[in-house]
Design a binder for this molecule. Structure first.
Ligand SMILES: Cc1cc2nc3c(=O)[nH]c(=O)nc-3n(C[C@H](O)[C@H](O)[C@H](O)COP(=O)(O)O)c2cc1C
Length: 182
């Protein structure tokens, strides 16, 4: 698939979908969306319960999915959302993931891997963005969110073909267990 940046006078669009129980990942979503807008892409922010069908996910240039880490896992509503997103046509679109955490911060990398290896999306070169919850409401946290979003928009503006990322399908992440067949 060939991704071309939007034409002049045509604004590209980014969709940010998040789940948040206590508001930190929501705040990250808002800062990241602000950062995307600095890059001159449009950003739409939705909570998982605002997306009812896979069709609602179609039509964006880039996607950023956010989940806090609970019990060393992604949040349940994000798991359900990813099952739904699997039916959307996201292949080749730019993918990023983010979330707030206190100590292990597993969720963003899990979400990012699903977007990359299952949905065959184009991985954002900065990878997943984890932010310690104590930093989310600080100036530093806000700046980090802006930087992640702005850089995402800048990367979207670059033309890209699947050949630019050939190892995406051939190199899965480290085997989850020593007994896994690779
Ligand atoms: C029951 C419970 C389990 C949690 N488990 C983890 C965990 O395994 N790893 C981690 O880094 N943070 C863990 N946290 C911390 C949350 O990730 C953190 O509070 C985060 O900021 C919540 O984000 P939210 O406000 O977007 O819901 C846990 C919090 C709770 C209440």
């Amino acid at each position: 698939m060939l991704h071309t940046p939007p034409k002049e006078n045509e604004m590209g669009k980014v969709l940010v979908v998040y789940y948040s129980l206590t508001g930190r990942t929501q705040l990250m979503a808002e800062y990241i969306a602000e950062g995307v807008r600095f890059s001159e892409y449009e950003a739409t922010v939705k909570r998982t319960n605002e997306i009812a069908t896979a069709e609602e996910l179609n039509g964006y240039d880039g996607y950023l999915f956010g989940s806090p880490t609970y019990h060393q896992d992604m949040a349940g509503p994000i798991k359900n959302f990813l099952f739904l997103a699997h039916h959307a046509d996201l292949r080749g679109r730019l993918a990023g993931a983010f979330g707030s955490y206190t100590h292990s911060g597993d969720a963003p990398a899990m979400v990012f891997d699903t977007m990359r290896y299952v949905f065959k999306m184009r991985p954002f070169h900065l990878g997943a963005f984890n932010l310690l919850e104590a930093k989310v409401g600080t100036q530093e946290g806000r700046r980090a969110g802006h930087d992640y979003g702005r850089t995402f928009g800048e990367e979207l503006a670059q033309p890209w073909t699947e050949a630019d990322d050939e190892d995406r399908e051939s190199e899965p992440p480290e085997s989850p267990s020593p007994w896994a067949l690779t």
